[in-house]
Structure formats: C-alpha cells, structure tokens
Ligand binder design. Sequence first.
Ligand code: 3PG
Length: 220
Amino acid sequence: MAVTTQRAGPLSALQVMQDAPVIPVIVLNDVRHAVALARALVAGGIRMLEVTLRTPQALACIEAVAQGVPEAVVGAGTVRSAADAQASALAGARFAVSPGYTHAVGQACRDAGLPLLPGVASASDIMRAQEDGWNALKFFPALQAGGTAMLKAWGGPFGDVRFCPTGGVTMANAAEFLALPNVACVGGSWLTPLEPVAGGDWARITELARQACQLARRAA
Ligand code: 3PG
C-alpha cells in the first residue's frame, strides 16, 4: 500500500493500521533473530512490525531491523514513557504503540515524529487521546475489555475513530473483529510464537503471516 520502504517519508498511524490486517506484536529475546524474523514476516506480506520494549534487547532489535530490512517498517511497542518514545525514535522506529495513553507519551511521539497508536480501554481514554489529536487507536486489552461488543458500542459516539484491537486476538477470532466498520486491523502475538522464533523456523513465521494477510477487512 502507501508505504513501501523504511525511508518512505511521513507515515500516519492510520497508514500503519491499514497496511495489513494484522500488526504482529513481537517479543524478541535475542538480537540475532531480529533480521531473520522481520524478513520472514515481510515474505509473508506483513511489513508493519511492532517490536515491544519488553526485553533488554528490544532497542537493539529495532535498530537491527531498521538498518537491515528496508522493506519492513519497524515500530516500537509497549511505549510507556516519553523516554521510551525518544529511545525508540533514536533506534530507528517509525511508529509507536502504547498500552495506554498519557499526554507526555503523545507529546514525545509528536516531537520525535513518531505516529502513535495509543492504547485505550474506555470512553474517557478515547476522549483524552482525541483531545490530543489521535484518532487511530489501539483497543487494549481487547478481549478482556469488552471485545467486539465494546467496539460496536463505541461506533456510535466515536464514529470517527479507527481501532486496532489487541490482546486476546487470534487467528480464530480475528475475522469477527475485522468485520467491524471501525476496525482497521488487529494486533497479536500469534504470528511470532516463542518456539519457532527461538528455533529459527522462519518458514513457519512466513506461513503464519501469509494466513493473516488473507483475513478480510471491512473498514476503509
Ligand atoms: C500485548 O501487548 O501483549 C498484546 O496485546 C498481545 O496480546 P496477545 O498475546 O494476546 O496477542
């Protein structure tokens, strides 16, 4: 779609969501796996890659993908502070995803030029994010916080918002979320299970990505 390379110019949060039906939520424990994993996902059609800041190696992994896999667009996940946002941008992240939202995180992302998918789980969260100009939001934790019923309810008052439900979404239930008009994509860790990543089974990762790309979406 609109974004083709790592250096393709300004990117919006909505573009991040619209590139593929699924944003993989990646936890990497070994920087040596980062480039191969990113290439495997790209080979399966997934280019927007969320590498979570949950391991000591996460920033090094972001840097490795940013430099070594130009056809991917690497972002930082689990961004919880302004410092996280700044470090992510320095490492080469091109977008940020946060589990919740604070004005400080939003401002730091804006200052760093990072489109942000802020995490929301309530109407008040959405209003705070929208007050700061963010309209492409992560619904987290999606299944636990109300799932598709919650998204349908939000469709009335927040008809201008597009969501990326994440948390408890799997290949088995992704289609239900993606059928909603306010869901642009879903996020999930199921594309990068620990075992094939640790064992270097990149063909398996590519196959999971391919399957995910075949999911249909309703939202424009
Ligand atoms: C997360 O932040 O861990 C994501 O929501 C992934 O959740 P999942 O493992 O349920 O896909």
